[in-house]
Write a protein that binds this ligand. Sequence first.
Ligand code: SF4
Ligand code: SF4
Length: 221
Amino acid sequence: MKRNVTLEEISDGKLYTAGDLVKADCGGCKECAACCQGMGESIVLDPYDIYQLSENLQMTFEELLAERIELHVVDGIVLPNLKMAMGEEECCSFLDETGRCSIHAFRPGICRLFPLGRYYTDDSFQYILQIHECRNQNRTKIKVKKWLGIPDLKSYEKYIANWHVFLLDVQKEIEQSQDEGLRKQLSMLVLREFYLKPYGEKFYEEFQERLEIQKRKSIVH
Ligand code: SF4
Ligand code: SF4
């Protein structure tokens, strides 16, 4: 999702890599679950998130869509996001009655990052510490990679960077096209090719293959 803000407005102004220490550790969040409520459509899910949810919950994309996720348009592209429950508090459907995340071990990438964010440059990204998001003002330092807790982080980071570039390319095509039919086709292409078809055991390799296929097609250059 594109955001028209400066680094200084939303972060401590520094860029971090996986090996850096950052003041992000909320110490288990204690009684707080603020960032699991009222998030609207903002927890957008990438294909790895859906792969993790599907594998661990043994649910197809369609089954997730019936209960846990929903679709919305992000910069012209139809993408899934975590569904917040109806009602005053609008809690994430994975928040349990004790205020804890019931899928902590395989929670989506945006949840893992929080209160960190990503700052993309060309075909890579670094991490930022968002300063207005987390309610805990007494956070302690932790290494970025430990905070994320993602196995094979190198492959994950490469995948995230490639995914971001691909989405930007599709968005550009949609913006520039005068053909309404093609725009509609492109807006659904990402969902069809990267989310609806289940992945096997080697997610990163399979994802890369799908990406190469789309790049070879003239639809996305
Ligand atoms: S998946 Fe877990 S961490 Fe993410 S918003 Fe839902 S309850 Fe919170
Ligand atoms: S706002 Fe901060 S302390 Fe509260 S749940 Fe989110 S990350 Fe944890």
